[in-house]
Design a protein around this ligand. Structure first.
Ligand SMILES: NC(=O)c1ccc[n+]([C@@H]2O[C@H](COP(=O)([O-])OP(=O)(O)OC[C@H]3O[C@@H](n4cnc5c(N)ncnc54)[C@H](O)[C@@H]3O)[C@@H](O)[C@H]2O)c1
Length: 354
């Protein structure tokens, strides 16, 4: 019997992962801990209950909340203030205390319980200015990376783990990078087996998407519920590009990591959909129109938003090889999944997603 603690376990990744693990692994006991800070996380509680997953209403900033959890063999750290805009026009303390100090508390728990540690980090650890200064080609519907970049760790296939880390990256990215360093130190010093997954854009049903986090869900929700929508930054044409990873593909990867942790111990991986699953906002609009059968007005704001980048696509070569894993869900089916979920839960979601 393995006891798995998922922090942020009522959030988008945490709750979907808990349910996926409950469905696909035997002899496990899952506990989800969450302070329900993210609006909409409360909707996941009945889903967790339906899968007999234990829920603890707790805060990773309070070590006492963590020590109240019983036996633990693996901690999967999925809690966060995940917005790249957090701290810009407000105090950064919640962000820092959760994403950094809270993660240190989780590591302390891992040390005491001799538990393995899987950390959900972010592609936002890569610095803004270096990304913005890369050479891009403007195509009809999207930006593309040019061949032969001067910076190493990047090619038309995307960003690898070797992309340089010097420079600033937003407070969100910085708290995550600081946590990564602590994960590595704890791992080395106390013999905790650990994996760091630097995730790009993850999406799917039960993501409580907002303009600053969960943009794909936000975009689809606007097409369904209406409300203002704009292409912001980089000329206001919606040519900025991200790769999309469906939550089920992430869960499948995490199961593989749990099952073969010795193989992944000490590794850092860039995790995402990869080049094949990349899309610009303009292209996303087109698929939304096809799936939802509606065209809505999208305005244009040329000025760049804080901490924004024109392009990020994950080079998934390393993780594909290490885990024998390839994302399965197409962009179209991911968008269809999200639209189906919004229609099915329309009453509960209208207020949260608008
Ligand atoms: N979704 C993405 O596209 C994405 C991309 C890269 C990295 N990540 C990382 O994956 C992890 C999960 O993100 P998500 O998309 O599920 O976000 P989410 O906001 O849906 O989930 C995070 C959960 O953490 C909880 N939480 C916040 N502060 C807490 C605290 N102090 N104590 C306990 N719980 C707290 C929230 O209530 C929420 O339920 C995060 O670490 C995030 O940084 C997500």
């Amino acid at each position: 019997m393995k006891n798995i603690l998922i922090t942020g376990g009522a959030g988008f990744v945490g709750a979907n992962l808990a349910i996926y693990l409950a469905k696909h692994l035997e002899n496990i006991e899952i506990t989800c801990l969450d302070n329900l800070k993210r609006r909409g996380s409360e909707l996941n509680l009945s889903r967790l209950r339906a899968h007999r997953i234990k829920f603890i209403h707790g805060d990773i900033r309070n070590f006492e909340d963590l020590t109240a959890v019983g036996a633990i063999d693996i901690i999967i750290e999925c809690s966060a203030e995940p917005s790249v805009l957090a701290g810009y026009e407000e105090s950064p303390l919640y962000l820092i205390n959760t994403n950094f100090t809270g993660t240190v508390n989780c590591l302390e728990l891992a040390r005491i319980k001799k538990a393995d540690f899987i950390f959900l980090s972010t592609s936002r650890v890569y610095p803004l200015r270096t990304i913005n200064q890369l050479k891009y080609i403007e195509k009809e519907t999207r930006f593309e990376l040019a061949q032969n970049q001067k910076i190493h760790g990047v090619s038309p296939h995307g960003f690898t783990e070797k992309f340089p880390l010097e420079g600033t990256r937003s407070l969100y990215g910085t708290t995550k990078l600081c946590s990564e360093y602590l994960v590595q130190e704890y791992s080395q010093m106390y013999g905790i087996r650990s994996v760091i997954n630097r995730c790009g854009l993850i999406t799917g049903a039960w993501q409580m998407g907002k303009a600053d986090q969960g943009v794909v869900v936000f975009w689809i929700a606007r097409h369904i519920f209406g409300g203002p929508l704009a292409y912001v930054g980089f000329g206001g044409k919606g040519k900025q590009v991200r790769d999309i990873l469906h939550i089920d593909d992430l869960c499948e990867l995490l199961i593989r990591q749990i099952k073969t942790l010795d193989t992944h111990n000490g590794q850092i991986y860039n995790v995402g959909g990869g080049k094949k699953l990349s899309i610009s906002l303009q292209e996303l609009t087109k698929i939304c129109q096809e799936v939802i059968g509606k065209q809505i007005r999208i305005s244009s704001v040329a000025t760049d938003r804080q901490a924004d980048i024109p392009y990020y696509v994950t080079d998934i070569t390393k993780i594909k090889k290490a885990a024998g894993w390839t994302p399965q869900k197409s962009i179209h089916s991911t968008i269809q999944d999200i639209a189906d979920w919004i229609y099915a839960e329309k009453q509960n979601l209208q207020e949260i997603l608008t």
